[in-house]
Design a binder for this molecule. Structure first.
Ligand code: IPE
Ligand code: IPE
Ligand code: MG
Length: 270
C-alpha cells in the first residue's frame, strides 16, 4: 500500500491543490471491535500519518484535517481528555518527520481553548516547521465555521468603527483576509469518511466551489488507495465555476481568470 503512486495519466493540473478531510468513524470502528472510543481515535491517528505521507508524496500543496469541532466540546470529558493527550503524543512523535519532510504545520480554530499542554506542543511544532515550504498540513482544532465567519464579521466591523475601513467598500477580499484560511490555497476537494453526508460546521465559506467526495469507509480503515480514488475522481470532474460546459472546458484557466477573479487570485496564491 505504501508504494502507491499516482498513475502517470493524471496531469498535475488535475491534482487538487488543497484537500480537506472530515475524519469520521473512529467511534464506530471501536464499537465494532468492542473497544473504547479512544481506541478508535488512536487507530485514526495512524490514518493521519498515512494520509499526510501520501499527500506529501503526491505533491498536494495543502491538507486540512478536521480533528476537533466546536461541537465536540460537548462529548464526555474522558473522551475529550483522551483526544487532547493523543494530539500531544502525535505531535511529539511526528514533528521530527515534519521537519525532515519539509512539512509546515499549521492550525485553524481556537487553539486558546485547548489545554495548556496541547497549546505548548502545537506552538513548538509550528515553530520548528515554520520555514518549511512543502506540504502545509493544517489541523482544525476547536474549529467551527460559523464562529470563524462571525469572528471575521466582527473584526471587519471593529475596523470600520475605528475608521480603518469604509463600510461601503467591504468586499470578498477583505472578508477572506479575516478567515483563518487566508494563507491557504483555495479548497478544491472535500472528503468525508464513514458514510455521513454532511459538513458538520467545517469550512462553510471555503467550500463554495470545492468538489465533494463521500465514502463509507471508516477513518481508521482509510488507506492510500481510498485517497487516490478520491483524487482520481476529482480529476474527472468538470469544474465549471458557474460557466457553461463549453466555456469551462477549452481553456479553464483563462475563463476562470476572466470571470472569477477571486478564485483565480486565491488559486495563484498557493
Ligand atoms: C471522528 O470520529 C473523530 C472526531 C470527531 C474527534 P468520531 O468520534 O466522530 O466517530 P463516530 O462518528 O462516533 O463513529
Ligand atoms: C465532525 O465529526 C467533526 C470532526 C471530524 C472533528 P462529528 O462526528 O463530530 O460530526 P457529526 O456530529 O456526526 O455531525
Ligand atoms: Mg462522528
Amino acid at each position: 500500500m505504501d508504494e502507491l503512486s499516482l498513475p502517470s495519466e493524471i496531469e498535475e493540473s488535475k491534482l487538487p491543490k488543497h484537500i480537506g478531510i472530515i475524519m469520521d468513524g473512529n467511534g464506530r470502528w471501536a464499537r465494532k471491535r468492542h473497544l473504547p472510543r479512544i481506541a478508535g481515535h488512536r487507530a485514526g491517528v495512524k490514518t493521519v500519518d498515512r494520509v499526510v505521507a501520501f499527500c506529501r508524496k503526491v505533491g498536494i500543496q495543502a491538507l486540512t484535517l478536521y480533528a476537533f469541532s466546536d461541537e465536540n466540546w460537548g462529548r464526555p470529558s474522558m473522551e475529550i481528555n483522551g483526544l487532547m493527550k493523543l494530539l500531544k503524543e502525535y505531535l511529539l512523535k511526528e514533528t521530527p518527520r515534519m521537519i525532515r519532510e519539509n512539512i509546515r504545520f499549521h492550525t485553524i480554530g481556537r487553539i486558546q481553548d485547548l489545554p495548556d499542554f496541547a497549546q505548548e506542543v502545537i506552538a513548538e511544532t509550528k515553530r520548528k516547521t515554520e520555514n518549511n515550504d512543502g506540504l502545509i498540513f493544517t489541523l482544525a482544532l476547536s474549529y467551527g465555521a460559523r464562529r470563524e465567519i462571525t469572528d471575521a464579521a466582527r473584526r471587519l466591523a471593529e475596523k470600520a468603527v475605528k475608521g480603518e475601513l469604509d463600510v461601503g467598500e467591504i468586499n470578498q477580499q477583505h472578508f477572506e483576509a479575516e478567515l483563518s484560511t487566508a494563507l491557504l490555497p483555495e479548497l478544491d476537494l472535500l472528503v468525508r469518511t464513514s458514510g455521513e453526508y454532511r459538513i458538520s460546521n467545517f469550512l462553510l465559506y471555503q467550500l463554495a466551489y470545492a468538489e465533494l467526495y463521500f465514502t463509507d469507509t471508516l477513518w481508521p480503515e482509510y488507506q492510500d488507495k481510498d485517497l487516490l480514488e478520491a483524487i482520481l475522481e476529482f480529476g474527472k470532474r468538470e469544474r465549471r465555476f458557474g460557466l457553461t460546459g463549453e466555456q469551462a472546458k477549452p481553456n479553464e484557466k483563462k475563463s476562470r481568470k476572466t470571470l472569477n477573479p477571486l478564485s483565480w487570485k486565491l488559486g495563484k496564491k498557493g
